[in-house]
Design a binder for this molecule. Sequence first.
Ligand SMILES: Nc1ncnc2c1ncn2[C@@H]1O[C@H](COP(=O)(O)OP(=O)(O)OP(=O)(O)O)[C@@H](O)[C@H]1O
Ligand SMILES: [Mg+2]
Length: 361
Amino acid sequence: MPEVRLVGLGKRYGKVVAVNDVNLTVNDGEYVTILGPSGCGKTTLIRMIAGIIEPTKGKVFISGRDMTGVPIEDRDIGYVFQNIALFPHLTVRDNVSYGPRARDLPPEEQSAVCRRFLEMVRLLDKMSMFPSELCGGEQQKVSLARALSSGSKLLLLDEPLSALDSRVRVDLRYELRRLSKELGITTVHVTHDQEEAQSVSDRIVLMRAGALMETGTPEQLYTRPKNIFTANFIGETNLLEGWVREVQGVMSTIELRNGGMVRVAQADLEVGDAAVISVRPEFMFPAREGMKARVGDITYMGTYWRITASTEDEEEVCFDTPTLDGNPLTIGKELYLAVNPKAAVLYPRPEDGIEEAIKLE
Ligand SMILES: Nc1ncnc2c1ncn2[C@@H]1O[C@H](COP(=O)(O)OP(=O)(O)OP(=O)(O)O)[C@@H](O)[C@H]1O
Ligand SMILES: [Mg+2]
């Protein structure tokens, strides 16, 4: 099975640095997503792995082999393009059979592979149609089936589910991961959708402005992000500024700018340090004491109520309460909010401020 190793990889377009000094190893059989805001360099990166774009700096190794100068057709990869690129003059059947035919499989096997993947994307009934006769979502599914049927053990997917409606997208996410594991495929999947990244990946690589920000399992990036940018980009969070007032054992007490005192199970800053804590809405709750706030908005989310409240210094915070017994809160109600110390993450306050730290570009 192929391993992909990127060493000091970079791409520049005139003054624009699309990808900057990326070092990354995707292991044999691993499912990695490249996640990041629009324009951060995801497509440029995956196209350099595919051999569609030549890097300006650094190298791509596939299974230990230096890929410099090796064209896409000799890299043995299945590729799904962001802007679906099917062969317009071939039917769905012939598009999907392209790989098996190129591998010289016996005709009955070509046909079996083609059917298998068309069945997976539920398009068996459209086999004889041409791409121009399909809607965008169907074209995307054909593109996926074609990449899978190539038989390659390295799959590169650039926003493979973006044209699909949300229900199909969720089904196919699951299928993609299952197939990739079942067939022992190494997958690099580009997306700007953090929920998609969280649900399919062994590991997420988060990018910002051409550079890798942070790499980790979906759980690590959600519960213990190393950067404020990550905390803010993956899932929702409250970022609250304050100062460390006490450090005792593994616990720190933070006096927030909004007047509240919260305890965090972390002790890597010193008394007096300016700090930021990140706390997810599901880990903040009404209590007898804590941060004083006034309820401003209540939204029914199905599995929880999302409450938006403003603190004494007019900062907006949000927290969730279960929907089981109806909503116990009303707009305008004053309350105190506490934070689960184990679920809050403490950071030194960034020199240029929070806004700069979470900026997408
Ligand atoms: N051929 C090109 N010439 C000049 N600039 C380019 C070219 N291709 C990409 N760029 C620039 O490089 C940066 C990264 O583009 P890229 O397509 O890799 O982003 P992306 O993360 O895939 O975005 P999206 O999520 O919107 O697809 C952008 O600023 C883009 O404008
Ligand atoms: Mg892109």
